[in-house]
Design a protein around this ligand. Structure first.
Ligand SMILES: [Mg+2]
Length: 320
């Protein structure tokens, strides 16, 4: 870490390091909620962030359900987060298949509610998948426990073997539920990679696809003066100024997450500044180890610009 190695970063230093922030990308699990409950101070912090008018998107690998349902679930905990302020691994994947496979058949393993994100796309049913000669252009592995059955995973395997593109919403190994540590879709993604000999294209964190989708949405909402900087109408013949949102959607954006690999390493690779919060997966010991390149890092050091006790600390530093 630059400067002090104190964990968490002292408030005054946190404020300094966050100077110039133009928008936030905020992880959901471990930052706003954990095991079905709101993290203390998070509801109030999000209300204050909304009042501050700093643009933000919730950026989450949580993909069991659609963004609309995520928004409703968050509302039960007291959060007021509009569905269009959420970018999930699922919605980023659906945006990708909408662009890449328009009008083409795809086989999606996701629960009915999650499949809403693919509205307007040609989704092949399990029964259709079994009809002779059926082929699809892509297979999407989501994270629905009900859909990841032996029969469905085998259908996916056969399509991939026959040449379908292999797309995974994410490859999380496990997550925390009320019942304890719980296997996640990564188990099935890695198994399908092994059996099919094909490596999946992953849209969720830590892949850059989801960060790019969220960053471009936030940049699009920044004040007109910034957006116009690169437009021909503004008469800027030389193009956008370096570091402006028009030239680089990640300029001035900060990713706030609880996972050193998914949020911090993933965010850095996508060109973002990152802040780690200590309300989820990562302990101060993990932070120290990752800074030395030790697990959870895998060789290369992982170093966020700052470490905050919680999302409330981040919002205090920005809006306080
Ligand atoms: Mg998280």
């Amino acid at each position: 870490m630059a400067g002090s190695d104190l964990i968490p970063t002292p408030p005054a230093e946190l404020r300094e390091r966050l100077a110039g922030t133009r928008g936030l990308l905020i992880d959901l699990d471990g930052v706003l909620m954990l095991r079905g409950e709101a993290i203390p101070g998070a509801v109030d912090a999000m209300d204050r962030l909304e009042q501050s008018r700093l643009p933000y998107r919730i950026l989450t690998n949580t993909s069991l359900v659609s963004r609309r349902t995520l928004s409703l679930q968050a509302a039960i905990l007291g959060f007021r987060i509009e569905p269009d302020h959420i970018v999930s691994a699922l919605s980023a994947t659906a945006a990708h298949t909408r662009r890449a496979f328009a009008g083409r058949p795809i086989y999606v393993l996701a629960a009915p509610d999650a499949r809403r994100e693919f509205a307007g796309q040609w989704l092949v049913s399990h029964a259709e998948a079994d009809s002779p000669g059926m082929a699809v252009d892509a297979v999407v592995v989501g994270d629905s426990p009900e859909e990841l059955t032996y029969a469905n995973v085998n259908r996916a395997f056969r399509f991939i073997r026959d040449g379908a593109a292999f797309i995974a919403v994410h490859r999380n190994p496990w997550w925390s539920t009320v019942g304890g540590p719980t296997i996640d879709a990564g188990l099935f993604v890695v198994g399908l990679e092994y059996s099919s000999g094909t490596i999946a294209t992953v849209l969720g964190k830590p892949s850059s696809g989801i960060f790019a989708e969220a960053a471009s949405q936030v940049a699009a909402g920044l004040p007109a003066a910034d957006a116009a900087a690169g437009s021909p109408a503004a008469g800027v013949a030389a193009g956008p100024a370096a570091g402006s949102p028009a030239s680089d959607p990640t300029a001035g954006l900060v990713m706030v997450g609880d996972d050193l690999v998914m949020d911090v390493a993933g965010g850095i690779a996508a060109g973002l500044r990152t802040v780690l919060v200590l309300t989820g997966r990562s302990s101060p010991e993990d932070v120290a180890r990752a800074a030395r390149g030790e697990p959870p890092a895998s060789g290369a050091p992982i170093v966020p610009i700052a470490i905050a006790p919680s999302i409330a600390g981040v919002v205090d530093a920005l809006a306080g």
